[in-house]
Ligand binder design. Structure first.
Ligand SMILES: [Zn+2]
Length: 73
């Protein structure tokens, strides 16, 4: 059975919105975990991982932009 694919508003990763998924409907399971609990909680990703995810998202945005521009010119 297929679940609707949503894009996380926090990390912009696609995820399956399962009916029993805890947390927000517009956040992936990873970003649904409470992060603002306190500084004692361990970060889910270290800085390098965050950077690579951000770069991947930026690359995807660039690709989308290129597609749009190609249509115009
Ligand atoms: Zn996320």
């Amino acid at each position: 059975m297929a679940f609707p694919i949503k894009v996380c508003v926090v990390c912009e990763e696609e995820f399956e919105l399962k009916p029993d998924k805890p947390g927000f409907a517009n956040r992936c399971p990873g970003c649904s975990a409470p992060e603002a609990v306190g500084p004692t909680t361990k970060p889910r990703m270290d800085a390098d991982e965050r950077k690579s995810v951000a770069e991947a998202n930026e690359a995807r945005r660039q690709a989308m932009r290129n597609l749009l521009y190609r249509k115009d010119s």
